[in-house]
Design a protein around this ligand. Structure first.
Ligand SMILES: Cc1ncc(C[n+]2csc(CCOP(=O)(O)OP(=O)(O)O)c2C)c(N)n1
Ligand SMILES: [Mg+2]
Length: 352
């Protein structure tokens, strides 16, 4: 098996154990619905789909076809894909505003996702939400959310409903390091632990919140997982650039939640290769740091690993890439050809 990073676990909980090494990480029971033999390729396909989708977004943003803010997930694909591949169809996902990767990994329609970014009526949110508000209740994808940390209490609410309904379904809540100085972050962690809610708090620690490096703005340093002792929540750290490590650590946490052990916390160390948004000149960080992380780009390193291990041929990888590129070109065409929302839509879906 690949040189997987064993997730480190720090917790106040006495029975917390690290993820089992040697356990198969190719369960085939995720929302991808593929069998064990093709799972690795599927993980790569999803990561590549996200990368190509976002490159196309960037291009169409420059052309003025996508407007507003555009926050790309480029560099973080292994984190979202590895985590979401462990979920069942009846689980919920709540995401932040950097949500394209989570939406695509969950299997949301690519055409309708692109149309949403273009602000077209065929979009997932009828073109009224845009990049930060991809949503598909039928897929349990309960939204990208623009208010930093605003999604945490929503996740707790969804998990409370799941607990009340006595299912073993769970809610996976993604958030960034920038969320962690918000009061509601601490309130939610505490309440979720007190009520033993079936929620997986998934921190995507990409080292920056807009132009602020965590080192500069956080008294406790760059590691968040040890702090979970305060809430009695078992917590693990994982290499967010390694899709298999993320999958393994998440599977372990998900299993515990389904058994009724209450909330779990995973911190994936990752990096966004582009600026905070496309309006960011990145004056706060040097290119050396970016280059160092780019050497670990999962889009390059994962297929290299698969080929080296004899799990995929380079012809297969190239075929997947070609198929995805075609799919993205069609998605852009679908979005471009779609109508803008009717003016009457200004007064629908308004909750006040
Ligand atoms: C409550 C609130 N405060 C401020 C902002 C402005 N804002 C948007 S993104 C962001 C940084 C968030 O950083 P992080 O959570 O680390 O996510 P990342 O961008 O790194 O994915 C801030 C402060 C906001 N959207 N909501
Ligand atoms: Mg961040």
């Amino acid at each position: 098996m690949a040189s997987r990073t064993k997730p480190r676990e720090k917790s106040s909980s006495t029975d917390a154990k690290p993820a089992k090494n040697g356990k198969s990480v190719v369960s085939g029971r995720g929302n991808t619905g593929v069998n064990a033999a093709t799972d690795y390729i599927e993980l790569f396909r999803q990561m590549y789909l996200i990368r190509e989708f976002e490159l196309a977004c960037g291009e169409n943003y420059s052309k003025g076809l996508i407007r507003g803010f555009l926050h790309l997930y480029i560099g973080q694909e292994a984190t979202g894909v590895g985590a979401i591949s462990t979920l069942r169809a009846d689980d919920y996902i709540v995401s932040h505003y950097r949500d394209h990767g989570h939406a695509l990994a969950r299997g949301l329609d690519v055409n309708r996702s692109m149309a949403e970014l273009f602000g077209r009526a065929t979009g997932l949110s009828k073109g009224k939400g845009g990049s930060m508000h991809l949503f598909d209740a039928a897929k349990g994808f309960m939204g990208g959310h623009a208010i930093v940390a605003g999604q945490l209490p929503l996740a707790a609410g969804l998990a409370l409903a799941q607990q009340y309904q006595k299912t073993d379904a769970l809610t996976m809540c993604f958030f960034g390091d920038g969320s962690t100085n918000q009061g509601v972050y601490h309130e939610t962690l505490n309440l979720a632990a007190v009520w033993k809610l079936p929620v997986l708090f998934f921190l995507e620690n990409n080292m920056y919140g807009m132009g602020s490096s965590i080192e500069r703005v956080r008294a406790g340093g760059i590691d968040f997982y040890p702090g979970m002792a305060t809430y009695g929540i078992p917590a693990a750290e994982v290499d967010g650039m390694d899709v298999l490590a993320v999958k393994e650590a998440t599977e372990y946490a998900v299993d515990r939640i389904r058994k009724g052990d209450g909330p779990q916390f995973i911190e994936a160390k990752t990096f966004r290769f582009t600026g905070h948004s496309l309006a960011d000149g990145q004056k706060y960080r040097g290119q050396e740091e970016v280059k160092k992380w780019e050497q670990r780009d999962p889009i390059a390193t994962f297929p290299e690993k698969l080929i080296k291990m004899g799990l995929a041929s380079s012809a297969k990888i190239e075929a997947v890439k070609a198929e995805v590129s075609k799919q993205i070109a069609l998605a852009v065409k679908f979005a471009e050809d779609s109508p803008e929302p009717d003016i009457s839509e200004l007064f629908t879906d308004v909750f006040a």
